[in-house]
Structure formats: structure tokens, C-alpha cells
Write a protein that binds this ligand. Structure first.
Ligand SMILES: Nc1ncnc2c1ncn2[C@@H]1O[C@H](COP(=O)(O)OP(=O)(O)OP(=O)(O)O)[C@@H](O)[C@H]1O
Length: 259
């Protein structure tokens, strides 16, 4: 798992072995019941290799957020299977799912969600404290250096730019060596130059740390940073593009309808 980890002096906490980082089989999500029921996902299948960087796109209401929530264990599907790092999570009870998520899933949101009273370093190590895991100082130093925050590690979030705050959020998402990092519009609040730096950092984590990243975005320029773009339409898989340009992604989306 860490064979491409170039800082050989750093012992990154191992991620449990997994053939597939994420696998969805026949995932259905229905909201409500009877005549007013909405079927947000209609049997979605998906398999992601460790170290892959995937963007999820589709018209508004196509089920992107629902898919992210089901895949990350934030919500359970109505039927179907979700396996994260080889563990079936769709059958877990809520408290077990919460524990699994805390220990094995990373999140990056548009709004950063840092704790204002904690320093950069304290924000990054918070998931380890919550999981009652020990902090590997070498791994922490490596992460902080990787995201370019060495000089800022003792600052509070209020003394950071938006891009720097998102770097903290990325390091925090990576610190437990999760099976998958889920990013929801991670550059939505950033200007395009800073956004590109954040996307380059996410891509870097997939290559250098074998980290699997799944990102939901509305922006074809953002999605073009991923290795693969998966399209949803009306709650169903609607195709994919590998190594696509923003123009190719835009053309594909336009073919799916309003977005
Ligand atoms: N809590 C809910 N209760 C009822 N219906 C819901 C709920 N959440 C989502 N839906 C419906 O499920 C469908 C998919 O919604 P979802 O938010 O996953 O789409 P999306 O692709 O993320 O949309 P957007 O791009 O606009 O954020 C929509 O028809 C939506 O109205």
C-alpha cells in the first residue's frame, strides 16, 4: 500500500489491504414512500481501484450527493451493497457505521469545517484523537510538509487563506490513512488558481500515497483533474470518460441534459 511512498524514513500507518477501495453493487436509494417517493439511485454499480482519482458529475438532481452519502457511509441505501476497503458497510447499524467512517473514511467539504479554536496541527490530528489512535510524529510531519503547511502548523484557521484552510482539511482527511477520501466541491469556495493548487494536491495524494479520492463537482475544469469522470443521469450510471479535457466533459454533460 505504501510502496510508492517516497519518504522511506516515514512509517505511514498502514491502510488495511483491499483489492478494491470502494465497490457498489445495485445501490438503490429511495426517499419517502408511496406516491410521493423519489428514487434517487436506481441500482448503481461502481468499483474503484486503490489510488484512483474519480470525479462524479451529472445534471442537478441526478443523484451525485446521494451517491456520495451512500458510498461514504453517511446514509444507508434502500437496497444494494456498499463495500469500503473490503468491509460491507450497508448492513452496519448507525453507530457501527459512524465508527467505521471515523476510522476509515476521509472527508473534504467546500466549507473546510475546521475547528476555529484549534491550531493547524491540532485540527489535522483531531480524527486520531477521536479514534483514540496514537499520533505518529513522522507521519504527521510528512503530511504537513506534503500539503505545504510547515511554517503554519501552529496558526489558527482564522489566520489562514481559504486555500491554506483547505490544505489543512485535506491533511486532516488523510491522517487516518482512510480507504477513500470523499470530496464534495472541494474548490467551490476558492479562486481558480488556488483551486488548481488544491486539486493538484489531491491528485498528488493519489499518486504518492496510493490514496483513493472520489470528488463530486459541477465544474468540468475541476473534474478534468481526475483520472476518470463518472456520469450520473436520473439516478443511474450514464457512462465515463478517462483522462478527459474540460471541453470533452462539457460536451458529454450537455448530451445528458441541463446541468
Ligand atoms: N432528503 C431527501 N428527501 C427527499 N428527496 C431527496 C432528498 N435528498 C435528495 N432527494 C431527491 O433525490 C434526487 C437526487 O438528489 P441529489 O441531491 O442526490 O442530486 P445531485 O445530483 O447531488 O443534485 P445537485 O447537483 O443539484 O446538488 C433529487 O430528485 C432530490 O430531490
Amino acid at each position: 500500500m505504501i510502496r510508492r511512498h517516497r519518504a522511506t524514513t516515514v512509517a505511514a500507518p498502514p491502510r488495511p489491504a483491499a483489492g478494491e477501495a470502494l465497490r457498489l453493487d445495485g445501490v438503490v436509494k429511495k426517499y419517502g414512500s408511496g406516491a410521493s417517493a423519489t428514487v434517487a439511485l436506481r441500482g448503481v454499480d461502481l468499483a474503484l481501484a486503490p489510488g484512483s482519482f474519480t470525479a462524479i458529475m451529472g445534471p442537478s438532481g441526478s443523484g451525485k450527493s446521494t451517491l456520495l452519502h451512500a458510498a461514504a457511509g453517511l446514509d444507508s441505501p434502500t437496497s444494494g451493497s456498499v463495500r469500503l476497503g473490503g468491509t460491507e458497510i450497508s448492513g452496519l447499524r448507525s453507530a457501527q457505521r459512524t465508527r467505521f467512517r471515523r476510522d476509515h473514511v476521509g472527508f473534504v467539504f467546500q466549507a473546510y469545517n475546521l475547528l476555529p479554536a484549534l491550531t493547524v496541527e491540532q485540527n489535522i490530528t483531531l480524527p486520531l484523537l477521536l479514534a483514540r489512535s496514537t499520533i505518529d510524529a513522522g507521519w504527521l510531519d510528512f503530511l504537513i510538509t506534503s500539503v505545504g503547511l510547515t511554517e503554519l502548523r501552529h496558526r489558527l484557521p482564522s489566520a489562514l487563506s481559504g486555500g491554506q484552510q483547505q490544505r489543512v482539511a485535506i491533511a486532516r482527511a488523510l491522517v487516518t490513512r482512510p480507504h477513500v477520501v470523499f470530496a464534495d466541491e472541494p474548490t467551490g469556495a476558492l479562486d481558480s488558481r488556488t483551486g488548481k493548487q488544491v486539486l493538484d494536491l489531491l491528485a498528488h495524494t493519489t499518486r504518492e500515497l496510493d490514496q483513493t479520492v472520489v470528488m463530486v463537482t459541477h465544474d468540468p475544469v475541476v473534474a478534468a483533474h481526475a483520472d476518470r469522470v463518472i456520469f450520473l443521469a436520473d439516478g443511474a450510471f450514464a457512462g465515463h470518460l478517462d483522462g478527459a479535457t474540460p471541453a470533452q466533459i462539457t460536451e458529454y454533460l450537455t448530451g445528458l441534459g441541463e446541468w
